[in-house]
Design a protein around this ligand. Structure first.
Ligand code: C2E
Ligand code: MG
Ligand code: MG
Length: 745
């Protein structure tokens, strides 16, 4: 609907209303100036609006406006009724506005115009009806008055309600009938009451004497007053009800506000609870994460690895095509990194190693940290163990790329053991155990990578058994020392012995040191065993030194393990052994293999200096196999250098391959060390070494290592150890050649 329509309607009503008013005024201008009419008009303007009664909570307003309009009609005709309706409506609107009634634009003019139009329509309808019905224009009878008022009030009601409904429809699109029912029916009462009042007033004015008028007026006034009072009381009561309702509404509003406040609090506490729950959930997730991950590297931990392996073992049993390989890795000499560079650097090294492992694998593989420097990798989708070996070798190569940390250049290497999946595995522990066995083998053999086999397990079990038995070897008297003579290559006299450990296992028999010393080192048993060796050998030598004047300068060489050197107890253990045996410190020589001495050279230098302070002699063993750094060699306070027997063995019958020997001997001389050659097995080797200026020698040619009693006999018999004519071993029955055939070298 056009939104301007209500305005057009208003304008049209105003124009038509003013025309009606103007025409009516012009037509009856003389009558309009009569004083009786002016009194009536003054009443309409000044009094009537004030007499209207409004009934609270209803649309009902009992007003006297209609009565005055009807009365004017009866007394002065339709034209002046139109004028009265207009003027009275203006007065009424002004009165209402003053009383604060809200009004729209053109409120006064529109209502006044509407009133004049309604009056004009009523007048027109009445003129038509009266000409049809032939009504008495003088209205002398009550019947004609009632008919007139009836027609007028009905017409007035219909016209005004129609105009009002129409306006409402244009304004709010409310149906005309609805508005008419709701708002207009109730005003019909005021119209008819107004008509009745007008009829009574007309009668009184025309047919009653003054007394009667006064009495009637007083009566009407009285009725009006009591009616007004009762309406006032009704309004008061309604007011009270309204107050009560307002109060109730206020209470309800307050309750609503309170309820909303509670709801707000509830929402807030629910939000808080939700937050607490979220925090709980998060900490639960964190907890779960921590339970399955290694906190340092963020890799899976042993628990998670176990879960994954359990599933893979199950899948493999269901479908052997789904193969997998488990790699067990440990970082070589990680303890050294921790000890020398500190745990913070150690942690960083582990993190770097973890990152490198992850980078080298595919998404389907798994990496886990399962111990201090131990990692495990599950390789999937590799059809053969050869492929797993290839990956392991790649890891082995890549992990050793040097990197720098806090100014330290670090290079790490790993030992890797591989266990291929097998139907015999039922638990993750079993497959990890076998990968670990392979890793130990790789470490022992210095191979980098080794694949598990059943033989390895046998070997491992044997080792485990040896380890167990070794723990009790000392108390069971299964350990003993053999002594191999070391002689001067210049004059053949006995310098001393190298003490070599022997284990006579009660069931297995003699076990060679190369087999059990690594087990003793791995298990940490080497230190107590070494203490025992030191005690044994020092006491033994102290005894032998007392045999004769020739034996008082004998020395004993004791091999010291790298594991013992790592500890801070070595110096104390040596002092104790010397003290207990009463042996002079310079009669004891300690042998450190070259690789052990160079492993942690700074530490070695420190310990060796402490040992030198005690007065013991120091020898570097197996020289030539351990990649010595010359700068360190220079700083290590060794007295003698023992050439590894492989260089001696390499010398042929005609002195071939002697260059290395020559180089080592001159190096030792330059470093002001005495040189010992070990493993001399032939006369040619002996002769060559003598010619090269090697100071001392030991080997099967001179004597194999001997048990105490036999070694002791040698001291007593004092054979001349040189020369040899192809006799491989010392033969006590052989006549000493010392005086007879001392060869000229
Ligand atoms: P090593 O210290 O280099 O000892 C020399 C080894 O060479 C000895 O082997 C000795 O019997 C052997 N040998 C000596 N001359 C000859 C020869 O002419 N030909 C051949 N083929 N071999 C010869 P053994 O007694 O089996 O000891 C092997 C290694 O075990 C030792 O090498 C040493 O590293 C270690 N070892 C032996 N006893 C002890 C010990 O009491 N403590 C420690 N920590 N290690 C020991
Ligand atoms: Mg040795
Ligand atoms: Mg040696």
């Amino acid at each position: 609907m056009n939104k301007n329509l209500p305005s057009y309607y208003k304008a049209a009503v105003i124009i038509v209303g003013i025309i009606c008013f103007g025409v009516a005024l012009l037509v009856n201008s003389t009558q309009a100036l009569r004083w009786e009419y002016l009194v009536l008009l003054a009443f309409a303007v000044l009094v009537a609006p004030r007499l209207s009664l409004t009934i609270s909570r209803s649309n009902l307003i009992l007003s006297f406006s209609d009565s005055i309009v009807f009365l004017t009609f009866l007394m002065y005709g339709g034209e002046l009724a139109i004028v009265t309706a207009f003027v009275e409506a203006v007065a009424n609107c002004i009165y209402l506005k003053r009383r604060g009634v809200e009004s729209a634009r053109w409120f006064i003019l529109f209502n006044a115009s509407l009133a004049s139009i309604v009056a004009a329509v009523s007048f027109g309808v009445f003129t038509l009806v009266s000409s049809v019905l032939g009504l008495d224009p003088a209205r002398t009878t009550t019947r004609s008055i009632v008919t007139t008022l009836g027609v007028l009030s009905l017409t007035q009601f219909l016209a005004s309600s129609t105009f009002t409904s129409l306006y409402q429809y244009l304004r709010t699109a409310t149906s005309v009938w609805e508005t008419w029912k709701k708002r207009c029916l109730s005003i019909s009462l005021t119209q008819f009451t107004g008509a009745g009042l007008a009829g009574i007033s007309y009668k009184l004015i025309n047919y009653a004497d003054p007394v009667m008028i006064v009495v009637a007026s007083v009566g009407l006034g009285f009725i009006y007053m009591s009616y007004r009072q009762s309406i006032g009381e009704v309004n008061d009561a309604i007011g009270q009800v309204e107050d009560a309702e307002r109060e109730k509404a206020e209470t309800e509003r307050e309750r609503r506000v309170e309820a909303e406040r509670h709801a707000g609090q509830l929402t807030r506490s629910l939000q808080k609870e939700e937050m607490t729950n979220a925090a709980l959930r998060k900490s639960e997730q964190d907890f779960q994460y921590a339970a399955l991950h290694d906190s340092l590297t963020n890799l899976a931990n042993r628990k998670q690895l176990g879960d994954i392996l359990r599933k893979l073992i199950k899948d493999y049993k269901g479908n052997p095509a789904i193969s997998f390989h488990v790699l067990f890795l440990d970082i070589r000499r990680f303890k050294n990194i921790n000890d020398s560079l500190g745990h913070t650097i150690g942690d960083k090294v582990l993190m770097i190693a973890a990152k490198r492992f992850v980078r080298m694998l595919t998404e389907v593989d798994h990496v886990a940290r399962i111990g201090g420097d131990e990692f495990a990798i599950i390789l999937r989708n590799l059809s053969t163990v050869g492929k797993a070996q290839k990956v392991a070798r790649r890891i082995f190569r890549s992990i050793s790329q040097p990197f720098s940390l806090s100014g330290n250049r670090i290079s790490i290497t790993v030992n890797i053991g591989i266990a291929p999946c097998d139907a015999e595995y039922n638990t993750p522990e079993e497959i990890l155990r076998d990968a670990d066995i392979a890793m130990h083998y790789a470490r022992e053999k210095d191979r980098g990578v080794a694949v598990f086999s059943k033989d390895l397990r046998e070997r491992f079990l044997e080792r485990a058994r040896f380890e167990m038995d070794l723990r009790h070897a000392i108390e069971r008297n299964e350990l003993s020392m053999h002594y191999q003579p070391i002689v001067s290559l210049q004059d053949g006299h006995l310098i001393g012995f190298e003490a070599l450990l022997r284990w006579h296992h009660s069931e297995v028999g003699l076990i060679p040191p190369v087999k059990f010393i690594p087990i003793a080192e791995d298990s940490g048993l080497i230190t107590p065993i070494s203490v025992w060796i030191l005690g044994e050998t020092c006491s033994q030598l102290a005894k032998w030194q007392k045999i004769s004047a020739a034996s008082k300068d004998l020395i004993v060489s004791v091999n010291i393990s790298g594991r013992h050197l790592e500890t801070n107890e070595l110096v104390d253990d040596i002092e104790l052994a010397l003290e207990n045996s009463g042996l002079d410190a310079d009669s004891l020589k300690l042998e450190f293999t070259e690789s052990v001495a160079m492993e942690n050279a700074e530490h070695t230098i420190n310990i060796l200096h402490q040992l030198k302070k005690i007065g013991v002699q120091l020898s570097i063993d197996d020289f030539g196999t351990g990649y010595s750094s010359l700068s360190y060699l220079h700083r290590l306070p060794f007295d003698t250098l023992k050439i590894d027997r492989s260089f001696v063995n390499a010398v042929g019958e005609n002195g071939e391959n002697s260059e290395v020997l020559q180089t080592i001997i001159s190096l030792a001389k330059n470093l002001k060390m005495r040189v010992i050659a070990e493993g001399i097995e032939t006369v040619e080797q002996l002769n060559l070494l003598r010619n090269l200026g090697c100071d001392y020698g030991q080997g099967y040619l001179i004597s194999k290592p001997k048990p105490v009693r036999e070694a002791e006999r040698m001291i007593y018999e004092r054979p001349n150890w040189l020369p040899f004519d192809g006799i491989e071993d010392y033969d006590p029955s052989r006549p000493s050649s010392v005086d007879a055939n001392l060869p000229v070298f």
